[in-house]
Design a protein around this ligand. Structure first.
Ligand code: ATP
Length: 304
């Protein structure tokens, strides 16, 4: 028996003549958080909608908890939780009324108080939904998505519109759900969020998966970064680096950070040059994302 909660093989999706998803394959294992990342229009929501049974594959196979998302939708519904980009609840009901309404539609739901406590909305129970802030509304949607203690939770941009404190609180909720054994498929434009939460990530562009793996594996493919400001003069070439200069900001992409940093400091000391704001760090998920997003586009930095 496979331990894959999601199994996608060769998925393609068309909208008329336009192919939004172009033959992607990926597996999500039980208990992991898998983050689907990508540029706007990359095909993330289309993919998630196919998994939720809301959109039809043009070709390829898709299994969710071993079932077909469209044919077996009734069987899958109680086992999955969905937090969509735009929630669909009535603004005039209070938060508690909304939760109770959804509890009536859910098999074996959490108590309302527990769901509100989880997402930090206990003190908003009597407030009309339309009076919630954007971030509070997203947290209510999260509470509704986890009411039925789903085995698999779809989180489509869950923290959009949240302030940093709300976002971190939501991450805590997600971590608690993972600790309870929930499998999570997340899409997000916050790469820090993926770096913090994801066991594995895939980055999509124009309907294809460009890279997939643990955040560490994905990041390791890129060179480390050395940056500083140099108001005048030319920076040196370093043996294991490519040099990028934008105005007075200098960036090296280095495959041997220790050696290149040592050569750079020797050059600066020998020429009595101050390297203002000097920083050296491994590549981040954001670097990988930008690398993918800007490939075949205008380069983000001009090479000198
Ligand atoms: N119903 C539709 N009809 C026609 N084209 C569509 C439809 N839905 C999506 N598309 C197109 O398919 C492509 C993928 O859209 P999708 O919403 O899956 O991207 P996404 O990766 O979720 O983007 P974002 O990060 O902006 O939410 C886009 O070019 C979009 O314009």
């Amino acid at each position: 028996m496979t331990d894959n909660v999601i199994d996608i093989e060769g998925l393609r999706c068309r909208y008329g003549a336009f192919e939004a998803v172009r033959g992607i394959s990926l597996q999500v294992r039980r208990g992991e958080l898998f983050a689907l990342l990508g540029t706007n229009g990359a095909g993330k929501t289309t993919t998630i909608e196919v998994l939720e049974g809301l959109n039809k594959a043009t070709s390829g196979t898709v299994r969710v908890l071993g079932l077909d998302p469209i044919r077996d939708r009734a069987a899958l519904r109680p086992r999955t939780g969905v937090m969509l980009q735009k929630g669909g609840f009535s603004g005039s009901l209070t938060v508690l009324e909304t939760v109770n309404l959804w509890r009536n539609l859910t098999a074996g739901p959490r108590p309302a108080a527990e769901a509100l406590e989880m997402v930090g909305l206990s003190d908003k129970a009597g407030v009309a939904v339309e009076q919630l802030s954007g971030g509070e509304g997203r947290r209510l949607e999260l509470a509704l998505a986890v009411l039925g203690r789903p085995e698999l939770l779809f989180l489509d941009e869950p923290t959009t519109g949240m302030d940093p404190a709300s976002r971190r609180r939501t991450w805590e909720v997600v971590r608690e759900l993972l600790a309870d054994g929930t499998t999570v498929l997340l899409t997000t434009h916050y790469l820090e969020e993926a770096e913090n939460l994801a066991d594995r990530v895939a980055i999509m562009k124009a309907g294809e998966i460009v890279t997939i793996g643990t955040p560490e594996q994905v990041v390791r493919a890129l060179p480390a970064r050395i940056t500083f400001t140099l108001p005048a003069g030319n920076p040196p070439q370093l043996s294991h680096s490519t040099l990028h200069v934008q105005a007075d900001r200098v960036t090296y992409h280095s495959t041997d950070l220790q050696s290149d940093l040592s050569d750079l400091l020797a050059w600066a000391n020998g020429n009595a040059i101050t390297l203002t704001d000097l920083a050296a760090r491994p590549a981040s998920l954001e670097d990988v994302f930008m690398d993918i997003a800007t490939t075949n586009d205008e380069p983000a930095e001009a090479s000198r």
